[in-house]
Ligand binder design. Sequence first.
Ligand SMILES: Nc1nc2c(ncn2[C@@H]2O[C@H](COP(=O)(O)OP(=O)(O)OP(=O)(O)O)[C@@H](O)[C@H]2O)c(=O)[nH]1
Ligand SMILES: [Mg+2]
Length: 355
Amino acid sequence: MEKAILVGIKLKSEKIPLTHSLPELRRLAESAGAEVVGELTQNRESPDQTYFIGSGKLEELKQLSGALDADLLIFDHEISASQTRNLEEELVLKVVDRTELILDIFAQHAKTREGRLQVLLAQNEFQMTRLTGSRLSLSRLGGGIGTRGPGETKLEMDRRRIRKKIAELKDELNDLEKHRRRARQNRKSTNIKTAALIGYTNSGKSTLLNWLTRAEVYTADRLFATLDPVTRRLYLPEGKVILLTDTVGFIQKLPHQLVEAFHATLEESIEADVLLHVVDASSPFLEEQVSAVYEVLMELKIVSKPILTVFNKIDELEDKGPLKSLIGKYHPAVMVSARDKLGGEELFKELSRLL
Ligand SMILES: Nc1nc2c(ncn2[C@@H]2O[C@H](COP(=O)(O)OP(=O)(O)OP(=O)(O)O)[C@@H](O)[C@H]2O)c(=O)[nH]1
Ligand SMILES: [Mg+2]
């Protein structure tokens, strides 16, 4: 197991506190299969050009990683290609950022062909931004001696190779998307209504699908357990049948390469008649997670769809008082425990009403 040190830098301009983003980074690291052996935090005005962190912190990091025998540094921030390279050279360690970490989890969890292609696409798009990064630092030197020759040529070659790969992946994905679209049209022509489960990762979407439809999809206490969409029939109490889709979860600072690459998958939600927004009511960061979900919905341009907010994991709450006031704010909203199968009646009632 790789031993990782987390590095959290809070820049002055940022809203999200380290007390939220760092524990989440830890969960991400663990979901990727790493063991977190240390943490280092700093408040900064703005990032350092060369290392992102300052020279004092760099020294501290060098000692810490030696003492803890770490293999990997994980930055909570997106850091540039040249900063990554400089840090790796200085610390003799692999350095990744939050985006790369999330891409790695996706790569590990993608099961279907479409899922794997989408991840590959996102990884190649990411790679491409990295190449542009090193190009920029070269051109900043003003061209001339040291910027021509094999280095530059190799860069051009790499760029061409990746661009070709991206085009191939997009072609393949397009074919699969056509298939998906046809399946969706068939469903539409039968007049069966559809609902999609959306929400922050680990909020309990798959557990809810299993409860409501007796599906047996994989659920786990890890981030991004689900990547590939699954659709099941849901029988409403009055005998009506609808289709319910479970899909990939969202997270704060979701890499936009992923949103783009997973467009076909996310289209299942975009095209649904109703969204069930599953919220982990036991999370101390409930409101932050809700806003992160709304940000992604905005990016996907699907905010105008009817949304039923489903506050899940109420079995974890000792006091439901604070939640009751949120129910008013997010109306229509219901409270359930997918694990203990509580709150189903109210959920079905609100869902039928929205449909
Ligand atoms: N206490 C409690 N735990 C729950 C409840 N629902 C789900 N969980 C747990 O929360 C964890 C995540 O559940 P999942 O259903 O995998 O969550 P998800 O939203 O599908 O997560 P991703 O697919 O990873 O985005 C699992 O460990 C579940 O057992 C609930 O009502 N109460
Ligand atoms: Mg899931």
